[in-house]
Write a protein that binds this ligand. Structure first.
Ligand code: GDP
Length: 304
């Protein structure tokens, strides 16, 4: 995903290596190259601005430490700032102490929510949880069927509206808020430890669907509301993330399609713009193409 960005940064740092002292001009040149590389990777403009101005300030004021030469010092600063915009610490998932842990998924259609629902269920099952998937995406023809397929693959049961889908191309009937609540009740009765609620998305921001998602949130009081975003979304990342933050006030972010070779700027923008941690990453279409997101490991991958 970050091959191009990674190569550009490596090249920039190579030019610094071996310099005994860094002048202000050296630092400004480096910052300029970093800025260009980030913008070319589709990182949001305000994020690039904050990032580069922090690096400049720290690089200019850096004490030359005994162990590191000035070039290495700059690399260390960039690494630390990169971890910072990726959210800093790894944020572990919150589990409920009383009843089933409720996780709600929200995001645009095609972001990879349904696929992610299966992966997350699989991941939690491997950790000893007993998840239940709830199909509250009643908007898209086939969404319920797709979740059932995903659930079967993960070996996790799926709660779906009773009316069900009568034809593949027909919209499932039912009220998504009621389905979500019923799913939660079912999980309590059957003592599932986790409930994952898949909700509807649209290709663009849609007020009615956002209200529906907000209603599901209110009705089910999730422990985590995960905003699922396609890392290849480009410069739309900020507007989309902001709309979902206002609409459903998500608690964490999941990046999908990190296996793609597009520019991936969304990945580097959403945590900083929304102040919400990136918690998981999806890296392919298979059940195991999933990882817990660690900002420091991602920064190392980009800078290696
Ligand atoms: P939803 O509309 O948000 O539920 O999105 P889906 O889960 O249906 O995913 C949309 C498409 O993206 C499907 O074709 C998935 O197979 C694909 N997809 C989802 N996650 C990933 C991923 O991490 N990598 C790749 N390459 N494809 C993915």
């Amino acid at each position: 995903m970050f091959a191009n960005l990674s190569d550009r940064l490596t090249e920039t740092f190579r030019n610094l290596r071996g310099k005994g002292r860094l002048s202000e001009a050296d630092i400004d040149g480096t910052i300029r190259e970093i800025r260009r590389a980030l913008l070319d990777a589709d990182v949001a403009v305000p994020v690039v601005r904050t990032f580069t101005s922090n690096i400049r300030e720290r690089a200019l004021g850096a004490e030359v430490s005994g162990a590191l030469n000035p070039g290495q010092q700059v690399v260390k600063i960039v690494n630390e700032e990169l971890i910072g915009i990726l959210g800093g610490e790894t944020r572990a998932m919150r589990f409920s102490k009383t009843g089933p842990t409720v996780i709600m998924l929200a995001g645009l259609q095609g972001a990879g929510k349904t696929t992610l629902a299966g992966k997350l269920a699989h991941h939690l099952k491997q950790q000893g949880h007993t998840p239940l998937l709830v199909a509250a995406d009643l908007q898209r023809p086939n969404a319920v069927t797709q979740l059932k397929v995903v659930g079967e693959r993960a070996g996790v049961p799926v709660f779906a509206p009773e009316a069900g889908v009568t034809r593949e191309d027909e919209r499932p009937r039912g009220n998504p808020v009621k389905v979500a609540k019923k799913g939660l009740k079912e999980a309590e009765q059957r003592q599932h430890s986790v409930v994952i609620i898949d909700t509807a998305g649209r290709l663009g921001i849609d007020q009615e669907l956002m209200r529906q998602a907000a209603d599901i949130r209110k009705a089910t009081e999730p422990d985590e509301v995960l905003f699922v975003i396609d890392a290849m979304i480009g410069q739309d990342a900020v507007a989309t993330a902001t709309a979902f933050q206002e609409g459903v006030d998500f608690t964490g972010v999941v990046l999908t399609k990190l296996d793609g070779d597009a520019r991936g700027g969304a990945a580097l923008s959403v945590a900083e713009v929304t102040g919400r941690p990136i918690m998981f990453a999806s890296t392919g279409e298979k059940l195991d193409d999933f990882e817990v997101f660690h900002p420091d490991r991602m920064a190392s991958r980009i800078l290696d």
